[in-house]
Design a protein around this ligand. Structure first.
Ligand SMILES: O=C(O)CCC(=O)C(=O)O
Ligand SMILES: [Fe+2]
Length: 196
């Protein structure tokens, strides 16, 4: 059986979406493992001098000790677990890319979110490839052009799916996970990155 692979041809973005990267039964096991075994933390962020609780839990894992900084937060990695390493290897085999680091997000309810941003920190290099795995409740993933916010795109990130963002995507587009008023159970997201 072959995997369904969708290519979205947006101007100045390269997106590849694999809806069934993991089967429903494997996804359920991975969700349970991640929910209970990842060392989730709840950081505060500073926006225009004011301090807020980040609207989700996060964790950083890596094969090296290199920290990752964004939104005034510096995260220091835990060492990869066997399960995370296995996921990393499966994504590397599919994408023919290498990843050093995984930033995990736990969206506990519909009120948890991730605001407009690009994954364009300089430690990610010029045209970073970001591999994003989703487990649990599906959430909307929105994109909009940095230079024309009317130009938009959206996608549902479903359980067991893989989204690859490549090429110039981070230069030209912002992305977000908006809040939703729906009563929903959690979603776990893993973004694999290469930090040099
Ligand atoms: O939860 C997601 O799908 C997106 C996460 C994200 O954009 C990030 O961690 O940089
Ligand atoms: Fe991101």
């Amino acid at each position: 059986m072959s995997l369904e692979i969708k290519h979205f041809n947006l101007p100045k973005a390269e997106l590849i979406f694999v809806p069934d990267f993991y089967s429903p039964s494997v996804s359920q096991k991975l969700y349970d493992y991640l929910y209970s075994s990842i060392k989730w933390q709840h950081d505060q962020i500073k926006v225009f001098g004011k301090v807020y609780d980040q609207p989700r839990l996060t964790a950083l894992y890596a094969e090296n000790n290199k920290p990752y900084s964004y939104s005034n937060i510096v995260m220091h990695p835990h060492q990869f677990t066997d399960e995370l390493l296995e996921m990393k290897q499966k994504i590397e085999a599919f994408s023919k890319e290498k990843f050093t680091t995984c930033l995990l997000n736990l969206y506990r309810t519909g009120q948890d979110s991730n605001g407009w941003h690009a994954d364009d920190e300089k430690e990610l290099g010029k045209n970073p490839v970001i591999a994003s795995l989703s487990f649990g409740t599906k959430r909307k993933f929105k994109m909009r052009r940095k230079d024309n916010t009317k130009e938009k795109f959206e996608l549902e990130l479903t359980d067991g799916s893989l989204l690859l963002m490549k090429g110039e995507t981070q230069h030209y587009w912002h992305h977000q996970i908006p809040k939703t008023a729906k009563k929903i159970t959690p979603r776990i997201n893993l973004t694999f990155r290469n930090i040099q």
